[in-house]
Design a protein around this ligand. Structure first.
Ligand SMILES: [Zn+2]
Ligand SMILES: [Zn+2]
Length: 751
């Protein structure tokens, strides 16, 4: 209150501050506060909000005049976090863009992308953390170096909580005494580039192209994309700038972390991902923001890291769906990275063996049906003598039918024999099956009962290891019943096959073989994945069964056979991106074989299919991504799908399907006039009717969705922006009718 009185003199300035407020609260923009200092935009402050004091970001001067709260009703800013430079203007612009593009409240977006701990601590707590960080960054003047001191410094640099992060690089690399960038001479020498790598690098390092373009580094698996990233990074680091390297899932790529740390031993490397403790995440983020970290290695959330000296953004495996956030603000980190590159005028490198069709489209010249926005840098060859494995399609329709009442074996005879041959030669095989659990459903042969989930419109999966029926949608789990719950029949049988069962059946079919499995079930505990991978690398596994988890990035040297056990489902999925994802997965899986020159010659990729003539497999057989992409793009163009149109999905969850659809119908009605107006200007907007989602009920909540399609992206964004206030009001009205949640997803990955 006393602070308020001080305002009467009129000396306090009025500042707009972003605070955390979800979209549904109806608060879209910043709130006004009074400040005794003209804090610059980007300053992190603590402000009262309701009964709490929360962290906020100064957005700019507050608005005076009509429609604004009078000064007397404004509360003063409690304090600013000291010694923390304001977030840069570029950061504010990135957040503004992301909020507008993905239709979220500004404050929600801004707070969501800050380290969680920073959102909670006050100035005193921050002061303590900053002091600790300073000690790490600026250790007392060095005494004559001794081994003991170096060890001590390393111990100080790694917080105690890091002890179990042995596989990660230390947050602060050892000789970090200077606050500026360290001389590049500390970097380990680069590997000799192949002609293809050299050509890509020459293009990337050519700084006469201004503004720096976004490049699509299209390199087959094993072509040495990482080496190109590293050499590009080295050149950028040498000019005193920072590098942001993004990977889809950091826990699956400890190899990249190790390589970066090894190459840039004298640099400060920090990681940013959700696997860090809150304290580590804050420390790493602050080091990036202060310009103390040279390289930031992170997952999608890292795209928002403030970097005062940013010089390069790398997005590895740019096609990976993990770059898209799947709840809350559903942003695409890949797309935001491209935007950020434009904004800060730094080069962006998107890397993939199977680029997303959007990126591929953008990398094709205008004359060839693309947009010419990106520069295509192809690297088709594998490094060294490694070759892609020969693809063999097994036509399941030509195999002998199993006897009545019997199940077809997991692997067709010729494939099983090929695996057995590998075992004899001491080589490894990888069997890919993208379905975990023992069997997707249990079935009573007498009365027809099936293991449905009582809370979802889905089957519960049978997990044999702990004898449970588990719903993969809501998590509901129960002990497997001894007999059919409906008729008492003791003979309930698994239908279909998951990784757990495949592992069991392969162990039976290949007596003496060491069969291992990697999927989400066996890698739930921290360190379990690393342990499993290590045993594969050590040659303790002959046959590895796994989900898509194993297909990504791992450098298995002894695998000479990769098989897709049951990949057909994606061919006929309702989602238009299913084929694209499946092709990427199969090609990536194939890339696990033949990485070692000594065994590359007889490496094989087997595919069990009922549709051997399908164009997807035909393109896979020839490793012809280009043909696959062109065929897919043609289909997309004919159907008016992305990248030839732009989509947004409005989703609703309610107690009944009727309530969910009613809300969507009303939401559609509320934007019809605006849509018609935009269409008069060539917006090409189309509103589809509301329909139940693929899995309609999850955890007793009914879900429905409505697709909005547009020829012009600006029209789509304008429509969503105009409709949002009406939707907020509609949602309020519909609550008593059972509406629970609603959200809009711009550029949805799955429809
Ligand atoms: Zn029964
Ligand atoms: Zn369920």
């Amino acid at each position: 209150m006393s602070a308020l009185h001080a305002t009467e003199g009129g000396v306090l300035s009025r500042l707009a501050v972003l605070v955390e407020a979800p979209q549904h609260s109806g608060l879209i923009g910043p709130l006004d506060y009074l400040a005794d200092q003209p804090w610059p935009a980007g300053t992190l402050v603590r402000v009262p909000l309701g009964r709490r004091v929360v962290t906020g970001v100064v957005w700019g001067p507050g608005a005076e005049g009509e429609g604004c709260l009078p000064r007397e009703q404004l509360k003063p800013i409690t304090e600013a976090l000291p010694d923390l430079p304001p977030l840069p203007a570029h950061w504010l612009q990135l957040v503004r863009f992301a909020a507008q593009y993905y239709q979220r409240a500004l404050g929600e977006m801004a707070m969501m992308v800050l380290p969680p701990e920073l959102r909670q601590i006050d100035a005193v707590q921050w002061g303590r953390r900053f002091k600790r960080l300073n000690k790490v960054l600026n250790p007392p003047p060095p005494k004559p170096p001794s081994k003991r001191r170096a060890a001590q410094a390393a111990a100080e640099a790694v917080p105690a909580a890091d002890a179990d992060h042995a596989s990660e690089p230390a947050p602060v690399s050892a000789p970090a005494s200077a606050s500026g960038p360290l001389p590049g001479s500390a970097d380990t020498a680069a590997l000799a580039a192949t002609p293809e790598q050299a050509q890509a690098l020459a293009a990337l390092l050519d700084d006469t192209v201004q503004p720096p373009p976004t490049s699509l580094l299209w390199g087959s698996t094993g072509s040495g994309k990482t080496e190109v990233y590293l050499q590009h990074a080295q050149a950028v680091l040498a000019t005193g700038r920072q590098v942001l390297m993004m990977v889809p899932e950091i826990n699956l790529t400890p190899q990249l972390e190790a390589r970066v740390a090894e190459r840039f031993a004298g640099r400060r490397i920090v990681s940013l991902h959700s696997g860090l403790t809150p304290a580590q995440r804050l420390q790493h983020w602050v080091m990036a923001h202060l310009g103390e970290a040279d390289i930031v290695l992170g997952t999608r959330l890292a795209v928002f890291t403030p970097l005062p000296r940013l010089g390069l953004i790398v997005v590895d495996e740019e096609h990976d769906p993990s770059y898209k956030q799947q709840d809350g603000a559903r942003y695409s980190a890949r797309d935001l990275a491209v935007y950020r590159g434009h904004l800060e005028k730094v080069p962006v490198v998107l890397g993939s063996a199977t680029p997303s069709l959007e990126s591929w489209f953008n990398a094709q010249p205008v004359g060839q049906g693309g947009t010419g926005r990106y520069r295509l840098l192809p690297m088709p060859s594998r490094v060294g003598q490694g070759r892609m494995p020969k693809v063999r399609l097994i036509d399941m329709g030509t195999l002998p039918k199993p006897a009545p009442g019997e199940e077809a074996p997991a692997l067709a005879r010729p494939l099983l024999e090929a695996v057995a041959e590998r075992i004899e030669r001491g080589e490894q095989s990888l069997i890919l099956l993208n379905r975990r659990g023992y069997a997707p459903v249990l079935h009573c042969t007498d009365c027809g009962w099936k293991s449905g989930c009582p809370h979802c419109s889905a089957w519960r999966v049978f997990h044999k290891a702990d004898r449970t029926l588990r719903c993969h949608h809501c998590g509901f789990a129960e002990r497997v019943p001894r007999a059919c719950p409906d008729c008492g029949n003791q003979d309930i049988a698994p239908v279909g096959r998951g990784t757990e069962r495949l592992e069991e059946q392969l162990a039976e079919a290949l007596p003496g073989a060491r069969v291992g499995r990697i999927d989400a079930d066996v890698t739930r505990h921290k360190g379990a994945l690393e342990e499993k991978l290590a045993s594969v690398h050590a040659g303790e596994v002959d046959v590895l069964v796994g989900t898509q988890m194993v297909a990504k990035g791992h450098d298995f040297r002894r695998i000479t056979l990769v098989a897709a056990a049951n990949p057909d489902a994606a061919l006929f999925a309702s989602d238009f991106r299913a084929a694209e994802r499946q092709f990427a997965l199969l090609l990536q899986a194939a890339g696990r074989a033949g990485r070692d020159a000594a065994v590359a010659g007889h490496s094989e990729m087997w595919v069990q299919t009922w549709h051997p003539t399908h164009p997807l497999y035909d393109a896979l057989r020839r490793y012809d991504f280009e043909a696959f992409a062109q065929a897919q793009l043609k289909e997309r163009q004919a159907a008016g799908l992305p990248p030839y149109s732009h989509l947004a999905m409005l989703r609703a969850e309610a107690k009944t399907q009727g309530a969910a659809q009613t809300f969507l119908d009303q939401a559609a009605a509320a934007m019809e006039a605006a849509a018609a107006q935009l269409n008069d200007q060539g917006g090409g907007l189309l509103l589809y009717p509301a329909v139940p989602t693929a899995v309609q009920r999850v955890a007793n909540v009914e879900r429905a969705q409505m697709l909005i399609e547009a020829q012009q992206r600006p029209a789509l964004l304008k429509l969503l922006q105009q409709a949002t206030p009406a939707w907020l009001a509609l949602a309020q009205q519909n609550r008593p009718n059972g509406l629970i949640r609603w959200a809009v997803d711009v550029d949805p990955l799955a429809i």
